[in-house]
Write a protein that binds this ligand. Sequence first.
Ligand SMILES: Nc1ncnc2c1ncn2[C@@H]1O[C@H](COP(=O)(O)OP(=O)(O)OP(=O)(O)O)[C@@H](O)[C@H]1O
Ligand SMILES: [Mg+2]
Length: 653
Amino acid sequence: MISDLVDSTTTPSPFEPAPEPARYGAPRRGIDPDRTKSWMRRALPIVAAHKVSFATALSVSFVSLVLQVEIPQLLGTDALNKAVVPFVEQASRPVAERLPASHFEHLLLHYVVLVLILAVGAGICGYISRLFLMTTAYQIEFDLRNIIYSHLSRMSFSYYDRVQSGQLISRANSDIRSVQMYLTFGPSILVQCLVAVVAFGYMLATNVALAFVAMCAMPFIYVAGVRMRAVLFPVSWLIQSRLAEVATIVDENINGVRVVKSFAAEGQQLGQLAGAARRLRWAYVKDADVRAQFTPVVQNLSQLGLALVLLFGGWLVVHDHLQVGTILTFSFWIVMLQMPFQMLGMMIMMGQRASASAHRIYEILDEPAEVADRPGATDLVECRGDVRFRSVTFRYTPDGPPVLEGFDLHLPPGQTVALVGRTGSGKSTVARLIERFYDATEGTVLIDDHDARDLTITSLRAHVGMVLDEPFLFSVSIRDNIAYGRPDADITDIEAAARAAGADGFIRELAHGYDTIVGERGYTLSGGQRQRIAIARALLVNPPILILDDATSAIDVQVEKAIHERLETLMAGRTTLIIAHRLSTIGLADRVVLVEGGRVVADGTHAELLATTPLYAEVLAQAAELEATEAETAEAPGAGEPEAADRRGGRDS
Ligand SMILES: Nc1ncnc2c1ncn2[C@@H]1O[C@H](COP(=O)(O)OP(=O)(O)OP(=O)(O)O)[C@@H](O)[C@H]1O
Ligand SMILES: [Mg+2]
């Protein structure tokens, strides 16, 4: 109940992080943080974490391939040369010297059975190696994805101010895939090449001259593969960046759909998307064109190898240096070997793409979180709610203008302070610095006399509740949205928080009450309803420091008044910073602080400021004017409120 909520502020307990069930299995290893190493060495720990399944995949695949290399040997050199050719040859001998046909049939059957056994063996090994290889591949992908997401979740606001979410989504998907492919299929192609060496050894053992003739087309196949890669690489790079471009446009269009529609700018947006899609299509078609040019070349080069083996092998057979079955064996091997040589070229191409992808992924991972726990940071416990800004200067970007400059402010425990100033004067920035969304560029923000930078971020943020003017709701039930900061809260507490925020009434009128699922970002609710849920969410956590940043801007004056009455009770014993334009909201505060040009220019009660600072009256008048234009149908802005503000101002002065 609300009384419980208030009570627990006065009896603080040691900091305990909110229970948060792990949703992703943590990856076993991260990437090597040493930036001087090559990208593959940096990725090695991730691969090494799955070495057992990877090594199994590679060794079993080696066995499977060796078995496959044996098959042409059995078919040509053994079955044909030892069973079929002698039978044909003995036709020229006298009948008495001939062996019975059944002898050759048995021999043939023997080899056929052997071939079948090898084929089945190779098939089983192929299954096992493929299964293990793919398992490893997806494990690596899973790890990379979790490493990136957990890193992103640690990143500071300044990072999200800079990056485009479409780029991030694209990187997290296609770049992870291309790195994963190379890390797993690269070694597997190398195994195939190793098997090619084994096969070449077999060829040399069978006939040295024919072995060289058979292999003479292979370097050309490799060179064609490398050529193809050289042409393809820039194209595939282009595809990646254009995919990201399309993703960014789609992402912004979907997230900004309300703006797009309100300006009837669908046509313009579609045009923009079509342009990006056209550029992407061009890159894809170019890619297909290059592949189509090179594939026949590579294929026909291996046909050339076959023709040469037939020519030279046939000559050897005619001159009795070779048995005819060996030609068949060599032909099989050529067809088998063409693959690894072609893939070797492809592997180099994949390697370049993977290297580019890896660098983009590392770019994300190497970005340090600007706001992070210091070594030896302590937890904020038993927070009294004392907040102090000591000559704080703050810039959003190192070369940007200072938003706050020599900013001094003290919020004693339990006081309610209104921060007033023109738009863009830095009020929200003050709030963000208390929560350590950003760290002060110069000077110090002190919470209970601790430098905020010496406190752990989780414990600090657990003690500061913040409600923004444009609150974000998740696509879950209203109950879960309110309980976001305290997932274990029971329904009576949730209802009490909702009542305090003036949300209980409208929630009960919804079809499913507290179980109503809100649409994406809460767009099925009105702006004021969303704000009230956000206030309830902050109140439920019951933080000793509460920040309301224009948190009631979309709530109409009557409802706001009712909320204020309840908030007054709730704010007791709690340090509250109210950022507001409305007089009615300012009226809630014990003290008003006027901010201008990144500094505090006036500090006192509403009445004092009104009397001494012309700028204050000016800012209030501007805000009232703005509100009047915004709410054409609403009742006269500020009616009755100055009274409330005066009451408060008077009380304190
Ligand atoms: N993420 C950001 N990156 C860079 N500059 C920013 C960022 N957020 C705000 N600013 C700049 O800092 C200044 C102060 O912004 P702030 O949001 O604190 O103003 P505010 O007083 O809260 O204004 P409002 O009353 O309109 O909410 C503005 O000039 C703004 O352009
Ligand atoms: Mg603001």
